[in-house]
Write a protein that binds this ligand. Structure first.
Ligand SMILES: Cc1ncc(COP(=O)(O)O)c(C=O)c1O
Length: 391
């Protein structure tokens, strides 16, 4: 069976560069922090601050800085600590996503409030967010689901009107683009993911669009005070050796992972192009399939909004009859995943919160979603031929 994400083919393609970078770190004697991590942080920030000049990405606003850490989950926790989350504070999160955003809020004693999603883009629904705002609400976490940036234009309007902070969870979307057009920006300009909120985060989990060979993550902010706080929290609450002003944590990206990420970052733009081309081929196939499929057997891809350029961390479809579709995928030997089989409000750890059962679209998506292989080293033509034989 082919892998869902072909990391060995990727390693083979960049083997020389990777092995040279890995050897240099192992021979250097510097394994935590140091020049590799500093260089990666600069390159990540430069990548996010630049973008595609064709799409008008040159911007005069404050530049984002990148701070690496040990995982995307740590990045969310550190961000919430830097934003001053207190026990009992409420944070609005999408009901249909990986658990980490809600988990980190609860881990720090906060209360996640589950917003419904749009039934087509599968992103957090701003109307549902508005309905959940109350006196204890402190912030909103927008998740760039499956690599498409969430509706940050609307989320910003809500945040500004209600004096809330906004956190962007771009764990799946490093490299995505988004057209932004609300104050303080007067024109529509294209931004990269990781530059769209008070603090943004990403994950370098191996299967992510930019992944390392272990756990890793990063935070992004253009506010120097927040950057200083984040660095302090991630380093045991310390700015000066053995002086701990606050309680923090140990969350560091090691030099080996930084060196690996620096190699992969050089190839990211090219890989994202291939992912988008793979997604286009699937789109074309499913459009043709849906034109002949009977009602009750449609298979509809996540809708990508105008103004969004997805990383396609996952190529996810909603299948009316998921059980039959999965049986056919198994028969054809096509790998697949279910992202995500339950809305978060149904997770046992959140049952006591008794909120979210009204989120019809999140429930619907958890019953219909199926993800297909889409990475730059997947032979999507081969998969589509197999799909043709069973659908
Ligand atoms: C949306 C989202 N947020 C956060 C995370 C957590 O990232 P990590 O696995 O690096 O802790 C993930 C990981 O899958 C994710 O998909």
């Amino acid at each position: 069976m082919m892998p869902f994400v072909n990391l060995t083919a990727q390693r083979e393609a960049y083997r020389e560069e990777l092995e040279a970078a890995e050897r240099a770190v192992l021979d250097s004697g510097c394994y935590i922090g140091g020049p590799e991590v500093a260089a990666l942080e600069k390159e990540l920030a430069d990548f996010c601050n630049s973008g595609n000049s064709d799409a008008g990405c040159d911007r005069a606003e404050p530049k984002t800085s990148a701070i690496t850490c040990a995982s995307g989950t740590d990045a969310l926790t550190i961000a919430l600590m830097a934003l001053g989350l207190k026990p009992g504070d409420e944070v609005i999160v999408p009901d249909f996503t990986f658990i980490a955003p809600a988990e980190c809020v609860a881990f720090l004693g906060g209360i996640p409030r589950f917003a419904d999603i749009d039934p087509e883009t599968l992103q957090i629904d701003p109307e549902s967010v508005r309905a959940l705002i109350g006196p204890k609400t402190r912030g909103i976490i927008g998740v760039d689901l499956f690599g498409q940036v969430a509706d940050f234009n609307e989320l910003w309007e809500i945040a500004v009107a209600n004096d809330l902070w906004l956190l962007e969870d771009a764990a799946q979307a490093f490299g995505a683009k988004y057209d932004i057009g609300v104050p303080p920006y007067s024109d529509i300009i294209t931004h990269r993911a990781c530059t769209l909120a008070t603090i943004s985060i990403t994950s370098f989990y191996p299967s992510k669009p930019l992944g390392c060979y272990g756990d890793g993550g990063a935070l992004f902010t253009s506010d120097p005070k927040l950057e200083a706080k984040i660095r302090q929290i991630a380093n045991h609450g310390s700015r000066e050796r053995y002086l701990h002003e606050t309680v923090g944590m140990n969350s560091r990206l090691d030099a080996l992972q930084a060196a690996i990420l620096r190699v992969k970052l050089r190839h990211l733009e090219e890989e994202l192009k291939v992912r988008r081309e793979n997604a286009r081929k699937y789109d074309e196939f499913f459009a043709e399939y849906n034109a002949r499929a009977s009602a009750g057997a449609k298979i509809v891809p996540q809708y990508i909004e105008h103004g969004c350029t997805s990383t396609y961390a996952q190529y996810t479809v909603l299948a009316d009859d998921r059980e039959t579709f999965i049986k056919k995928l198994d028969k054809a030997g096509i790998p697949h995943c279910i992202h995500y089989p339950q809305p978060l409000h149904e997770q046992p750890c959140f049952r006591g919160l008794a909120q979210g059962s009204e989120n019809r679209n999140a429930i619907m998506a958890s019953q219909k979603a199926v993800s297909l292989p889409v990475c730059a080293f997947t032979d999507v033509d081969f998969i589509i031929n197999k799909l043709r034989s069973v659908l």
